[in-house]
Design a protein around this ligand. Structure first.
Ligand code: HEM
Ligand SMILES: *[C@@H]1O[C@H](CO)[C@@H](O)[C@H](O)[C@H]1NC(C)=O
Ligand SMILES: *[C@@H]1O[C@H](CO)[C@@H](O)[C@H](O)[C@H]1NC(C)=O
Length: 326
């Protein structure tokens, strides 16, 4: 009798486990190997072609991983357009300066021509980020796939997740810890600010009414020249390059800059000053290998944050629109 019961519960248990597994399958390497074997190759090719035409597309693909995956889930919610009822994530203040979204559609269209309705925008976002990192001279990071696309914008909760340019290091570390990224991981990810630009609106508080005494005085004239107005016209494209030395290359020069008080944003500067992060900043400034190793590890964790899999979400036909709106 007892053994019958055990048998019964065992069956119940294993079927519950398998139902759970079906509803929440995990990401896997080469998820599209049977359904669209060329997918990763097409994405890589498109990223290369776009990079030839517009180098800054690679910055965008990298930044996209942060802004999509860090806000609750890698579900391509970042790519949705505003609707009459809902402002999109792209259009919020925290996404200021994000660009090249129309070229994500170019990549998606190339994939759709080969395998319509199979490859998610969420996977395209992550894989283009991965290939963008390589275009910028960073490491090649093998990443899993199988993400599905969310149907709704997460603009309403964006600010609870994405830190602002002047956020305290405690809050930054805590938010990354929430998704399993530790201190060296955070230090490595901020190394992304080795490429790209920062608009003057995010910097003028360090220049006016008086110059932040923590800024390297050698760097100040350049910043003042690039940001001549205390209240920059938000429409004017006024910005400073994040890393004047090697602005197009993802490298550890960023760490030498911030140790030299040439970090543009307050978070960059804090990274080099805070006693929790400084030891890793110094280590990464010395060793590009160590930077890349930690960077690859942290990008992997970020890219696997809470994905929609199985029957959740959908495979969008077009990355800026949820299918129900067609
Ligand atoms: C504390 C965390 C972070 C804050 C507060 C932050 C903030 C910012 C800000 C304000 C800009 C300038 C935008 C502009 O004015 O155009 C920027 C640029 C950028 N960020 Fe971050 N960021 C953070 C972490 C990250 C992470 C984790 C990544 C990548 C994984 C990343 C990638 C980039 C890239 C590539 C750019 C240059 C974009 C371009 O030139 O188009 N950031 N970030
Ligand atoms: C951070 O900067 C923004 C302007 O970009 C400002 O509105 C906000 O008050 C600042 N926050 C802190 C904590 O200083
Ligand atoms: C969405 O993307 C498509 C394809 O690139 C484009 O034609 C369309 O204008 C975009 N929609 C909006 C509202 O921008």
């Amino acid at each position: 009798m007892a053994s019958k019961h055990i048998f019964f519960f065992a069956i119940l248990f294993f079927s519950a486990v398998s139902v759970f597994a079906e509803e929440n399958p995990s990401l896997v390497m080469d998820y599209y190997k049977d359904t669209c074997p060329q997918a990763e190759e097409i994405i890589k090719e498109q990223v290369k072609l776009l990079y030839k035409r517009h180098k800054n597309t690679a910055f965008s693909w990298l930044r996209n991983i942060f802004h999509d995956c860090f806000v609750e889930s890698c579900d391509a919610s970042l790519l949705l357009d505003s609707t009459r009822r809902m402002l999109s994530e792209k259009e919020t203040d925290r996404s200021f300066g994000m660009r090249n979204f129309r070229y994500i559609e170019t990549i998606k269209e190339a994939v759709e021509r080969e395998c319509p309705g199979v490859v998610s925008c969420a996977d395209i976002l992550v894989l283009s980020g991965r290939d963008g990192i390589v275009a910028l001279g960073g490491p090649h990071i093998p990443l899993k796939t199988g993400r599905r696309d969310g149907r709704k914008s997460r603009a309403d909760i964006l600010e609870q997740h994405l830190p602002d340019h002047n956020e305290s290091m405690s809050v930054v570390l805590e938010r990354f810890a929430n998704i399993g990224i530790n201190t060296p991981g955070v230090v490595a990810l901020l190394g992304s600010h080795s490429v790209g630009r920062t608009h003057c609106v995010k910097l003028v508080h360090r220049l006016y009414p008086e110059v932040d005494p923590q800024l390297n005085p050698e760097h100040v004239p350049h910043m003042l020249k690039k940001c001549p107005d205390p209240i920059p016209d938000p429409k004017a494209v006024q910005y400073v390059r994040n890393d004047r030395g090697t602005p197009m290359v993802l490298d550890n020069n960023y760490y030498r800059n911030i140790l030299d008080n040439k970090g543009l944003m307050l978070v960059d500067h804090q990274l080099a000053m805070d006693k929790r992060t400084k030891p890793y900043v110094k280590k990464m400034a010395k060793s590009q290998n160590y930077f890349f190793k930690e960077f690859a590890r942290a990008i992997t964790i970020l890219s696997e944050n809470n994905p929609l899999t199985g029957t959740k979400g959908e495979i969008r036909k077009q990355c800026n629109l949820s299918n129900k709106l067609h």
